[in-house]
Design a protein around this ligand. Structure first.
Ligand code: UTP
Length: 295
């Protein structure tokens, strides 16, 4: 199997409660909050498409239907924009539905990330030997790590995850890898994984960065785990179970940028970062920020 055909399905879990964005998430899914004018989940879908995925399986929950709607065409709106000659806006409206074929899986109750991924199993096809999982609140920049992960799976088999090296005082917010050097600069073998460890018990400072290329065996492992950290069914625990059974797991270490859109502080940084590069809003924002910070 060549790296470019390693997976065609990408699962994007978007059924969480988004409590860190309350009260907004009473009514608006956090995955649709705009980074400048585009929801984070569109950037993540574009990244999956760029890496070769043709199907996007969005895991949503009752009340979050808008996330799936975002990937459907809007013919009436398109007609109106066309009639008004608004071609740039028309391109924006068509962009998300044109990226890849979106379908949904429903997670009735937010029982954890592992449970959410498991809800997508019925959407898989017999030929899906591996599946990509992308967390929509994690922007990994520049894109390209998934293609590298597919290359590593083609060489070593098993499952491949993305790691970022985080400061020790931040490890307790992440799934953390116990890694072994294998003589490659950006690839390490994973001997274990633990969800949100206290800093003094963390096996390393390599943390999971919201990109997973998982062998189909993960779905069997997800059925065999029990609730872990936070009382949730953790994807980390299913991966740890596979490792303990001899399933090869490697990480690709991403050394570029990253934004965590899952909390207001990280989200604001991403919005400012993207806006500063925006041809229309960048110059004005830069000037305003200089004044504001000098105050
Ligand atoms: P997060 O833990 O960041 O999202 O999960 P959350 O639980 O919605 O947010 P908080 O902690 O309450 O603020 C990462 C991704 O996994 C999805 C979320 O929607 C998010 O995109 N998720 C999480 C599910 O789909 N189902 C779950 O049960 C939990």
């Amino acid at each position: 199997m060549s790296a470019s055909t390693a997976f065609t399905a990408a699962i994007v879990p978007a059924a969480g409660l988004g409590t860190r964005f309350l009260p907004t998430t009473k009514a608006v899914p956090k995955e649709l909050l705009p980074v400048v004018d585009t929801p984070g989940i569109e950037y993540v879908a574009a990244e999956a498409a760029e890496a070769g995925a043709t199907r996007l399986i969005i895991v949503t929950s009752p009340g979050k239907e808008a996330v799936a709607q975002y990937f459907q065409p809007r013919p009436e709106l398109e007609k109106t924009l066309e009639a008004r000659g608004k071609t740039a806006l028309l391109d924006k409206v068509r962009r998300a539905p044109g990226l890849l074929a979106a379908e949904t899986a429903i997670q009735e109750e937010a029982l954890g990330l592992g449970h959410a991924v498991g809800c997508a199993e019925p959407n898989l096809r017999p030929e899906d030997e591996a599946v990509a999982v992308l967390l929509p609140d994690d922007l990994v920049l520049p894109t390209g790590v998934l293609a590298r992960m597919a290359q590593v799976r083609a060489e070593k088999g098993g499952s491949v995850l993305c790691a970022v090296d985080v400061p020790l005082e931040e490890v307790s917010a992440y799934g953390v890898f116990d890694v072994e050097e294998i003589g490659e600069d950006d690839v390490k073998k994973v001997n274990g994984m633990v969800e949100k460890p206290p800093a003094d018990q963390a096996p390393s400072t390599f943390a999971a960065a919201g990109r997973y290329l998982l062998d189909r065996a993960i779905f069997d492992a997800l059925k065999r785990i029990t609730p872990g950290a936070g009382g949730e069914l953790q994807l980390t625990d299913a991966i740890a179970l596979l490792i303990s059974e001899g399933h090869p797991v490697h990480v690709v270490v991403h050394r570029g940028g990253r934004h965590d859109l899952g909390n207001p502080g990280g989200f604001l940084r991403a919005a400012v970062d993207f806006a500063l590069d925006h041809p229309e809003y960048g110059p004005g924002l830069r000037a305003w920020l200089r004044d504001r910070v000098a105050d």
